[in-house]
Design a protein around this ligand. Structure first.
Ligand SMILES: [Zn+2]
Length: 239
């Protein structure tokens, strides 16, 4: 993924939408543990943005995500948009790192901490994911930002399946940013997104609020946001 936008046709955006919606999930099989290893088949796809460092992609992902929300917030919600704090990189394996509600931030993971109203990510997770494809960091950051958005909403707007709603909001933001021309999808990005959603999925389907959902549920939730936007991510009763 690259920033800023290099002109592409609307048809190209529609094509990737369709591809993502139709993708069948295979391969990574969802261990439930966000511990990527190796490379995905899509890593061999020529990627003009592949030269960006993980730090550059993280900065770009933060920028396009908060820009999306500040631009579009009032189309969906009342009040002013307030971005979460970006605590950013941490090392979950090191002693004395940051904590959320008295609990150290999790190793090889990423979080939104409601108490501190911040987003943060273990750099090991980001580096390993970035090696699979740069879309990884955009997904993780847009997903955690989705939790910050949930925390700002009336309870009736937050879906019981919080994690799948965060995936949906990530899809709405990344594809919305593409429509806004603040982000360009490159060849391989949609494969990378499906790969990342699958690698970070649970082995079993969603049954309660803390579950992330299995691979096909995560891809499906992300695709719904990509196609229908933020409104498509809200509970049926308020859509
Ligand atoms: Zn989450």
């Amino acid at each position: 993924m690259v920033v800023p936008w290099c002109p592409r046709t609307a048809a190209a955006v529609l094509t990737v939408l369709t591809v993502l919606a139709l993708l069948t999930v295979s391969g990574c099989g969802g261990s439930g543990l966000p511990r990527p290893a190796g490379t995905s088949p899509s890593a061999s796809v020529p990627d003009p943005g592949a030269g960006d460092s993980v730090e550059e992609d993280i900065d770009a992902a933060v920028s396009i995500t908060t820009t999306y929300w500040s631009t579009h917030w009032s189309e969906f919600f009342t009040g002013a948009y307030r971005p979460p704090r970006v605590l950013g990189a941490y090392d979950g394996a090191a002693a004395g790192g940051p904590s959320c509600g008295g609990t150290p931030l999790p190793d090889d993971n990423a979080v939104y901490c409601p108490g501190g109203d911040y987003v943060a990510w273990d750099m090991d997770l980001m580096r390993a994911g970035h090696r699979r494809g740069d879309a990884w960091v955009y997904l993780v950051i847009a997903h955690e930002w989705g939790h910050a958005v949930q925390n700002r909403l009336d309870a009736g707007l937050v879906d019981l399946a919080r994690e799948l709603q965060a995936d949906c909001l990530a899809g709405a933001v990344l594809f919305g940013a593409a429509r806004d021309r603040t982000l360009t999808f490159e060849d391989g990005d949609t494969d990378e997104l499906a790969d990342a959603l699958s690698a970070l999925a649970d082995a079993t389907p969603w049954t309660n609020t803390s579950d992330h959902g299995d691979a096909s549920q995560r891809v499906s939730a992300f695709s719904r946001g990509a196609e229908s936007g933020v409104r498509g991510c809200l509970p049926d009763a308020v859509r």
